[in-house]
Ligand binder design. Structure first.
Ligand SMILES: [Cu+2]
Length: 225
């Protein structure tokens, strides 16, 4: 392995009481198979994370962040955080919104709130949280809370990189809301890994209208808002 990857991030060498310990980066490329004639425009919604085999043992810093409610959408649609982190949901539209999730590991409901107001939620348990608005049926976001510091989201071109990954065995997770999730066991050497290529398959994806926070159909049928 070269000391400097083709992606351009340097090999990080940390001096520990045990001597020099190298921490390379892990990087690769995501592609999504689409139905014929369709082009992927949401590669940046792909989450990639590495779970050390046996679980992450260190203390995890909070990675608090925000998802705006803007133009009747959650923006951005996907955020990855460490478990225990807070996400704030500022309402930037001149009308009411709501954010709720029925995720079994941590359901929540901000109730309805207006322009310029903000609400938040702490995502205590790791897992995928689909988040909806009880006012606008099409609004959808996903928070992915992970119990590891080794995570990232792909760029618009599908490239991704996670820096400073200690050598060892990991399960890599690649998640996309239309393409599903893939996992694979990998071994990261001290010099890091580059050129990992993964493909997800969104050809079978179909939008299904979720229920409102009461478990009922939206009054407007999910089309007009
Ligand atoms: Cu809304």
């Amino acid at each position: 392995m070269k000391l400097r990857s083709v992606l351009g991030f340097a090999l990080i060498v940390t001096v520990t009481p045990h001597g020099l310990r190298a921490q390379g980066g892990v990087a690769g490329q995501i592609a999504i198979q689409e139905r014929s004639g369709e082009k992927t425009e949401d590669l940046a919604n792909t989450v990639v994370y590495l779970e050390p085999v046996g679980g992450y043992k260190g203390k995890l810093p909070a990675t608090n962040t925000s998802i705006a409610l803007q133009a009747r959408q959650f923006a951005p649609r996907v955020r990855v955080i460490t478990d225990g982190s807070k996400v704030v949901f500022p309402n930037q539209d001149p009308f009411n919104h709501n954010a709720f999730s029925k995720a079994p590991q941590g359901p929540f409901d901000t109730e309805s709130y207006g322009k310029g107001k903000t609400r938040d939620n702490v995502f205590k348990a790791a897992g995928v949280y689909p988040i909806y608005c009880n006012v606008h049926p099409r609004m959808t976001a996903f928070v992915i809370a992970v119990h590891t510091p080794y995570f990232t989201q792909a760029g618009d071109d599908g490239r991704w990189a996670i820096e400073k990954v200690p050598a060892g065995k990991y399960t890599i997770h690649i998640w996309h809301d239309r393409g599903g999730e893939r996992t694979e066991d990998i071994v990261v050497p001290a010099t890091g890994l580059d050129g990992l290529k993964y493909e997800l398959d969104a050809r079978g994806y179909k939008y299904v209208q979720h229920k409102n926070k009461f478990g009922k159909d939206y009054a407007n049928g999910g089309d007009i808002y």
